[in-house]
Ligand binder design. Structure first.
Ligand SMILES: [Zn+2]
Length: 935
């Protein structure tokens, strides 16, 4: 639908106006029917489809068709698509087309899901929106115009920017800090124009509406009761069910609605009230809903002058058109977000930033694999001849993972606020999708680089793909089961590598290989066990790293600090370890020649878990019982030193006599040879952690304490998109929890001269509870006795071991600001290593001539290069004509149409050089003419 293209609708509404009304009532109440359908929360997608979703669409379509005045907004596209593709009859489909064309059934938001805003990455938000919108445009020729983010737990300022870029006309949010919402109601500032991006500012602003304190549910107007899932009592169905409306009780309903609308009206600046009608899992019996509500609304409208208001069924489009026509000038809000979200003084919803840490990690790994698979497939289809691979099959593998990655962005999925059974569903969908894309990538490799049986069985053929559009110098890690190895590149030349005993598998070895790979290109290596010694063949072998052991140190007996240091260095840093404590002591940053005192340890918050004594920690909420405490008694250290990488291994034992450590830090400093493009590699301290299993009711953090004078100001990102300043705030209660923020990809603290940046591979909670400190919540295991949670099994008894990764960057503000963006992408999109465990070797020199490297300027990121598989004409008019003409014929996906999206990485004033506008010549950066012709 075109923007503001509903004028005919308005005329219809005009005809609905009560006959005989001499003057218009003051208030117009827009009753917007909707059903909030979580794509996985207490029930799986399949169960929800069976129990209520199918009935929602079946009955709503029927009821809307019966009465012209009725409306409905449809939100979650994953459900709608499952109904449309698998259940809807031809008759229902043509009814839906009619309803959509008349604007009576309106798709709002239009993403596969209603995505979470705190712990999702911007790229994945775009993906899930693109997936849903693509379907709507292909099927109906419409694009959604309004958002409906009414349940996510806090609102990020990435979302208004994204929705403005998607062409939306208005944005609806709901869950924001209780105090703030109250104040906004009092001052009638629930509506404003949001400029969500500092750099795009007025170019991408959007009118934003915050739902008032009643949220998206309308209590007292639910006539279809509770959906009954297997295992629940049929009596439960009637719990929420209202008695039918009759002549005798109509005044109860009408006065409830009228009083509610009049109250709400006082919080807004126009005489239009948005009255969401519905709640979770409603409208599965739309006939009961509409027939009862029709009576209530008819009664009110027949007394409209008396009540001084009129009511009408409406879509969001109807409501916003009315607000827009009032021509009020609105306050402008800048790029600040609405995080964290507190429901009240005692419930800070900051626990979910780290709930189900394992799923959060898997979701991001799946997304990164998809990103790599997309560009690899696109270039394969467009540039290279393909012999064995069916592109339609390839597209299917990608589509399966697109759907799974979209699904897990739902606000009860990646947030970890679902029951364990539903978590298993998300994991299964992601794993299946990843397997398909792995297979696709292996086939492409096989197709491009056919391997021949080699003379030396037992070796590996390794292909490494760089999915970024820049040359990347990095170290890849392989696990091998032999110490003596020979590794050569595609030209048969030996490669710089290092081998050492594996950190966790006693019989295996970690093989580190230095690689430099041009953008969107491959390198391939042959790894074979060395059968003869180095002296005999003269062939260089990887260096074997030396391991130094340091005995255990007790936390309580640590006295001397700083008197006995051991340095570990590369060209950018010297990390000093304190042998009296086995903890980090300080880091010397060579470029600015500054030493920063810095130490790290694992700590835990003990949490409240008895609901009878007040608020508790759960999947959503973080309720510590006090300050964090050290979670270990002893720490043991090893330093494994080699020419390429030095690894510091610190093992933290909860109790002195524990045989296994509960926590570990593996810190790595890399060295790249002179002349190689290893700037990013040099400027990071990679840290991999091992956390768990945790004891019950503990929330584990890694606290990094420095002597930087930071004033307890933390910076953390919104969705990997932009940074937010987070000054520490004192509250009357719950201060620790309310100073927690989501960290999707980046956080930093800084003094006047130095900045410490943390980059993460997945979402965590982050906070600065003290001057010079930054702590990352890595894992949670919380179980409480809330009867409500126990009935539905909404617990977080997570006994897993998690292995998150952080990169630490230390340096001047200027240095780190230049490096942060590219480094976070280097972590997000590390090269994909594909290992063929077969006794084959690649023909030397094969493949490399077919590759054409892509190199974008350093401030420009290739955000997506894919073949979406569009099945419609790129000409809008032609597409609409086709939709009207022929629906029996299923069109084929167009494999020659490519989606390319570039992102400028730097804010307007972030860096004197890198922030400048850049002109990208696609012909130069993507040198293939074949590719360009189809963009
Ligand atoms: Zn929800």
């Amino acid at each position: 639908m075109k923007p503001w293209g509903w004028l005919p609708l308005l005329l219809q509404l005009g005809l609905m106006w009560p006959l005989g009304a001499l003057s218009e009532p003051r208030l117009r109440v827009f009753v917007v029917p909707h059903s909030h359908m979580d794509v996985g929360w207490l029930h799986t997608v399949q169960e929800s489809m069976q129990v209520y979703v199918t009935n929602v669409y079946n009955s709503v379509v029927e009821e809307l068709t019966l009465e012209k005045k009725r409306r409905f907004i449809a939100v979650e596209q994953e459900y709608f698509r499952l109904w449309w593709d698998g259940i809807a009859s031809d008759g229902q489909k043509s009814q839906v087309r009619q309803l959509v064309a008349e604007g009576r059934l309106e798709f709002v938001l239009g993403g596969q899901v209603m995505h979470d805003e705190a712990v999702t990455h911007f790229d994945d938000q775009i993906l899930q929106l693109t997936e849903g919108h693509g379907f709507l445009y292909e099927t109906f020729g419409v694009r959604p115009q309004f958002s409906w983010q009414v349940d996510p737990f806090g609102a990020s300022s990435t979302t208004p920017t994204l929705f403005a870029l998607a062409g939306f006309n208005a944005h609806v949010i709901s869950r924001i800090d209780y105090n703030l919402k109250e104040a906004m109601q009092d001052t009638r500032e629930l509506q404003f124009v949001w400029r969500g991006s500092r750099s795009l500012s007025v170019q991408q602003e959007i009118f934003t509406h915050v739902l008032d304190q009643f949220g998206y549910c309308s209590e007292g107007f639910n006539w279809d009761g509770e959906a009954i899932f297997p295992g629940t009592s049929p009596n439960d169905m009637y719990l929420q069910m209202q008695i039918p409306v009759t002549k005798d009780n109509i005044q109860i309903f009408t006065s409830l609605l009228v009083r509610n609308a009049l109250t709400r009206a006082t919080w807004f600046r126009t005489p239009h009230v948005l009255w969401p009608w519905g709640c979770d899992r409603q409208f599965f019996n739309a006939s009961l809903q509409f027939t009862n509500m029709d009576i209530v609304m008819d009664y009110i409208n027949s007394h409209s002058l008396e009540f001084n208001l009129s009511v009408e069924y409406a879509t969001l489009g109807d409501y916003f058109l009315a607000v827009h026509s009032d021509q009020v000038s609105w306050q402008v809000r800048d790029h600040r977000d609405f995080l964290p979200y507190s429901l009240d003084m005692h419930h800070a919803w900051t626990g979910f930033y780290a709930s189900r840490s394992g799923l959060k990690g898997l979701a991001r790994r799946a997304s990164s694999l998809l990103y790599a698979g997309e560009s690899m497939f696109t270039r394969y289809v467009l540039l290279a001849p393909h012999r064995f691979l069916n592109p339609a099959w390839g597209l299917q593998q990608l589509q399966q993972l697109r759907w799974a990655v979209s699904e897990v962005q739902h606000h009860d999925a990646i947030t970890g606020t679902h029951v364990p059974r539903v978590g298993d569903m998300f994991v299964e969908h992601l794993s299946t999708g990843m397997e398909g894309v792995h297979n696709l990538m292996s086939y492409i490799i096989q197709d491009r680089f056919p391997a021949h049986s080699g003379p030396e069985p037992g070796g590996h053929f390794v292909v490494v793909y760089n999915p970024l559009a820049w040359t990347v110098t990095t170290i890849i890690t392989l696990t091998v089961d032999f110490l003596k190895v020979s590794i050569t590149d595609e030209s048969g030349r030996p490669v710089l590598a290092q081998v050492q005993p594996s950190k966790e598998m006693p019989s295996a070895y970690d093989l580190y290989v230095l690689t430099t790979i041009p953008g969107l290109s491959y390198r391939h290596y042959s790894i074979r066990p060395s059968r003869s010694s180095q002296e005999k063949t003269g062939e260089p072998e990887p260096f074997v790293a030396k391991t130094m052991q340091f005995g255990g140190r007790l936390r309580r007996s640590a006295r001397q600090v700083g008197g006995n240091l051991v340095p570990v260095n590369n060209d950018c840093y010297i990390v000093f370890l304190d042998l009296d404590t086995n903890l980090m002591h300080s880091v010397w940053e060579r470029q600015s020649n500054r030493k920063v005192y810095m130490t790290q340890q694992f700590m835990e918050y003990h949490v409240k878990s008895d609901v009878w004594k007040g608020s508790v920690s759960d999947n959503y909420v973080f309720t510590p019982s006090g300050a964090a405490e050290p979670a270990w008694e002893a720490v043991r250290m090893e330093i494994v030193e080699g020419p390429l990488v030095t690894e510091i291994r610190q093992y933290f034992y909860r109790k002195v006599n524990d045989s296994e450590p509960t926590f570990a830090i593996y810190s790595r400093l890399a060295r790249s040879p002179q002349g190689s493009d290893g700037e990013l590699l040099c400027h990071r301290i990679e840290q991999e952690y091992r956390v768990g299993p945790l004891e019950l009711n503990r929330e584990a953090i890694l606290r990094t304490s420095t002597k930087l004078n930071t004033g307890r100001v933390l910076y953390s990102d919104n969705n990997g998109y932009q940074m937010q300043r987070r000054p520490y705030r004192d509250y009357k209660s719950n201060t620790i929890a309310r100073n927690y923020y989501p960290m999707v990809q980046s956080a930093f603290i800084q003094s006047r001269r130095s900045r410490l940046v943390l980059l993460s591979e997945q979402a965590h909670g982050v906070s600065s509870q003290g001057n010079g400190q930054v702590e990352v919540m890595l894992h949670r295991r919380v179980v409480n006795n809330d009867p409500g949670n126990m009935v539905v099994d909404l617990t977080l008894n997570d006994t897993s071991v998690v292995q998150p990764v952080l990169w630490l960057l230390l340096g001047s503000r200027a240095l780190t600001s230049g490096l942060r963006q590219r480094s976070r992408l280097a972590l997000q999109h590390r090269p994909v290593v594909m290992l063929r465990e077969i006794n084959e070797i690649a023909p030397r020199g094969s493949g490399s001539r077919q590759q054409e490297a892509v190199t974008l300027p350093p401030s420009i990121h290739l955000q997506i290069l894919s073949i979406p598989g569009w099945k419609y004409s790129s000409n809008h008019t032609e597409h609409l004509r086709t939709l009207q003409k022929d629906r029996k014929h299923e069109p084929k996906a167009d494999l020659r149409r490519v989606l390319l999206r570039l992102q400028h990485l730097y804010e307007v004033d972030q860096d004197p050089v890198l922030s400048r506008p850049v002109t990208v010549n696609l012909r130069v950066t993507c040198p293939s003419r074949v590719l360009l012709r189809h963009l």
